[in-house]
Every structure is written in structure tokens, then in C-alpha cells.
Ligand binder design. Structure first.
Ligand SMILES: Nc1ncnc2c1ncn2[C@@H]1O[C@H](COP(=O)(O)OP(=O)(O)O)[C@@H](O)[C@H]1O
Ligand SMILES: [Mg+2]
Length: 278
């Protein structure tokens, strides 16, 4: 079966893009991996998907094989210099999936934004023209709760939080949840929590099971049923400039991201159906 053939749930209705921030101020918890691979899985389900790489480290851009000279029009030029956002969109090797890359200049953006007017609204003001071009826009956030992440949260309908299944998983989470709540009350009323995804889960490690149970007890049904296993193929894929679904479709990591996309799409269909009944 090829990527083009999979169609877990094909909802061909065209509508307004859903914008999701993939955020957690901790580094190394699986934000970039989840952005790239969930986006690929959604594209495999016939969705039109855009990844916005909002991390100055540019791991999502590198992991998608975007060459340095193709990053001249990046999210920095869009947010800080005000260039047309559509001119910064690059295709990827995945059908229906595009990317707006990050460049090194973005590391200066936190400081440059401080004194700019409407500093939290640069991204939301820019993405308007893209909303009818995509079904999903996933924003890969940097590992901090600074102005870049705030811009992402203000531009988003929901936040997806990757949580590494380790002893300190919940540490820092309350800070993130408070920030989301503050943004919701002050800057973006529609912001919701899409869900928490447990990453790098190792079934052979008893601690993982305990941590997962703790997280579920604390956050309830906000935690996705699908967990992403620790899988070496997932960590190898970026060095080949590919999402793991293109690198090794059959591996446990790829299959988990497909399952996650299926769970998310089913949840969305269920909530749309509930809203229609109400
Ligand atoms: N499920 C997984 N299995 C194995 N390695 C993973 C998995 N998810 C992420 N990694 C690796 O862990 C590191 C951190 O992941 P990354 O997605 O870059 O985190 P973040 O964007 O939150 O900093 C990377 O080297 C990545 O390849
Ligand atoms: Mg990252």
C-alpha cells in the first residue's frame, strides 16, 4: 500500500483550515516529530496540509529536506518583513503537504517582535489568505513560551501537546496550561486543547506505564488513546530529509502516527455530528 492509497477516513468536504499549534516549552519531547509525521498522516488521508516551522532551529524544515537556499522566503520574512505568505510556501515530497520553513534569522525575531505593534498578532494577521487553501495548518513551536509561541497560540484553533513519557512528564505542564488559558481569556477566545499525545513510549519500561496512567488520571480524556512508541526508525528519518512515513511506512512509529491521525479525524467527525444534533 502506498501513501496515496491510504484513506482512513476521507472527508472530502472543503472548509476552513483548522490551525493547530504543536507546543510544549520543553525541548526534545517530540514536537517536531509529531508535527511532521501527523501532518504526513493527515495528507495521506487526502487532507491538504501545511506545516509552519516556527522554531529558529529549523528542525522541521531540515527533516523535510528543505535546502538552505530554498529558505530565503521563510516565516521570518512573513512575520517581520511582511512579505506575501503564499510566496513562502514550498512543496514537500509528500503529496498535498507543503511547508513554510524557518531560517536562522528567526532566532532574532523574539527580540525584534518586542517593540513591534501588534506583536502577538503577526502570524494570525498573515495566515488569513491560507485558510481556504488547506484543511490543516500545523505550527511547530520552539521550546519556549516566548513571543513566537504566543503568535502560534493566537493564530490557532487548538493546541496539541506532545508529552514525553518519562518521569518528569507533568513537570512544567501546568505552566503551559496556564499560558493557554491566559491566551484564551485575553488574546484568542477560540483556542482549545486538541489533545495531549504521549510520545517515546517504551512498553518494556514499567515506568512508562506508570507515567501514562498518571497523565491520564490528571488530564482525563484530553489524552489521546494512541501512544507513539519509541522507535529508532522515527529518529533516523530526519537525517534522510523524510517523514518516517516515507522512510519506513511499516515501522511501529509510522503506524502509530497513522493511528493518531485516524483518532483525531474520528474525534472531529464525532464533535461535528454532536454540534449538528445540538
Ligand atoms: N517516537 C520516537 N522514537 C524515537 N525517537 C524519537 C521519537 N520521537 C522523537 N524522537 C527523537 O527525539 C528527539 C527529539 O524529538 P523532537 O521531535 O525533535 O522534539 P522537540 O521538537 O520537542 O524538541 C529527536 O532526535 C527525535 O528524532
Ligand atoms: Mg522541535
Amino acid at each position: 500500500m502506498s501513501l496515496q492509497d491510504i484513506d482512513i477516513i476521507s472527508n472530502s468536504k472543503r472548509s476552513h483550515a483548522k490551525v493547530w499549534s504543536v507546543a510544549n516549552q520543553k525541548g526534545g519531547v517530540g514536537k517536531t516529530t509529531t508535527t511532521v509525521n501527523l501532518a504526513t498522516a493527515l495528507a495521506a488521508c487526502k487532507k491538504r496540509v501545511l506545516i509552519i516551522d516556527l522554531d529558529p532551529q529549523g528542525n522541521a524544515s531540515t527533516g523535510l529536506g528543505v535546502e538552505a537556499d530554498a529558505r530565503q522566503k521563510s516565516i521570518y520574512q512573513v512575520m517581520i518583513e511582511g512579505i506575501d505568505i503564499t510566496s513562502a510556501i514550498r512543496p514537500t515530497d509528500v503529496p498535498r503537504m507543503s511547508v513554510i520553513s524557518s531560517g536562522v534569522e528567526l532566532s532574532g525575531a523574539e527580540l525584534e517582535l518586542v517593540n513591534m505593534a501588534e506583536r502577538e498578532f503577526k502570524l494570525v494577521n498573515a495566515i488569513g489568505p491560507l485558510l481556504d487553501k488547506f484543511d490543516y495548518i500545523l505550527i511547530d513551536c520552539p521550546p519556549a513560551l516566548g513571543l513566537l509561541t504566543l503568535n502560534a497560540l493566537v493564530a490557532s484553533d487548538a493546541v496539541l501537546v506532545p508529552l514525553q513519557t518519562e518521569f518528569y512528564a507533568l513537570e512544567g505542564l501546568s505552566h503551559l496550561l496556564r499560558t493557554i488559558d491566559r491566551v484564551k481569556r485575553g488574546l484568542n477566545r477560540r483556542l482549545d486543547i486538541q489533545g495531549i499525545v504521549l510520545t517515546m513510549y517504551d512498553r518494556r519500561n514499567n515506568l512508562c506505564e506508570m507515567v501514562a496512567a498518571d497523565v491520564r488520571a490528571f488530564l482525563g480524556d484530553k489524552v489521546f488513546k494512541t501512544v507513539i512508541p519509541r522507535n529508532v526508525r522515527v529518529s533516523e528519518a530526519p537525517s534522510h530529509g523524510k517523514p518516517v512515513l516515507l522512510y519506513d511506512f511499516a515501522c511501529a512509529g509510522s503506524q502509530a502516527y497513522i493511528k493518531l491521525a485516524g483518532e483525531i479525524l474520528r474525534n472531529e467527525q464525532a464533535s461535528t455530528a454532536n454540534a449538528a444534533v445540538a
